[in-house]
Design a protein around this ligand. Structure first.
Ligand code: ADP
Length: 179
């Protein structure tokens, strides 16, 4: 079944700018922005919080059932925004954006958000060790995984232009508007 629009994952360590990018991209393209964190919370797809880090312990089966019921894999046009990307089946996904950020900047963003102790440490380590980039490369074909910097507003603008051009090209390649 051919999708009319691509599905895009926006991933990266908490604080790198996923929400910022996903919201603006959704506005520019008319795609549906799915904040997985929000859905996990709103729909209760979790088994409570991890005592030490305060993060949700996600029930991935229920989350995937929910996503499966959306016209995500048939019509496409979804932006999936989450720090983990290896749960989404490969066949759903056309592009994986991994946002990256300098560690000093990330430290400031996470402390501003009230992260401390183990949660702060774990996320800083994750960014420095490029855990999510490696995870994306292991889970999807290398040619659909794109690493982009998210340190300034100019970065956001440039990244959005780049992704929008990619979406146009994807549509052309699918022969949209063609014979
Ligand atoms: P995430 O969804 O990855 O946790 P957010 O989009 O919520 O990240 O961004 C975290 C904070 O960092 C927000 O205050 C946001 O405004 C800021 N931020 C993120 N990316 C950038 C950027 N490229 N330039 C300037 N500020 C940014």
């Amino acid at each position: 079944m051919a999708r009319q629009n691509p599905n895009i994952v926006i991933t990266g360590t908490p604080g790198v700018g996923k929400t910022t990018h996903a919201e603006q991209l959704a506005q520019a393209t008319g795609f549906n922005h799915i904040s997985i964190n929000q859905i996990v919370k709103d729909e209760g797809f979790h088994e409570g919080r991890d005592e030490e880090t305060g993060s949700w312990i996600v029930d991935e089966d229920r989350l995937l059932d929910y996503l499966e019921a959306l016209p995500l894999h048939s019509a496409g046009g979804y932006i999936l925004d989450w720090h983990a990307c290896d749960v989404f089946p490969e066949r759903w996904i056309d592009l994986v954006i991994v946002l990256r950020c300098d560690s000093t900047l990330l430290y400031d963003r996470l402390t501003a958000r009230g992260y401390k102790d183990k949660k702060l440490e774990e996320n800083m380590d994750s960014e420095i060790m490029q855990v999510l980039l490696d995870e994306a490369r292991e889970s999807y074909k290398e040619e659909i995984v794109v690493e982009l910097r998210s340190e300034s507003n100019e970065d956001v603008e440039g990244n959005l232009e780049r992704i929008e051009r990619w979406v146009e090209q994807w549509r052309r390649d699918k022969g949209e508007g063609g014979a």
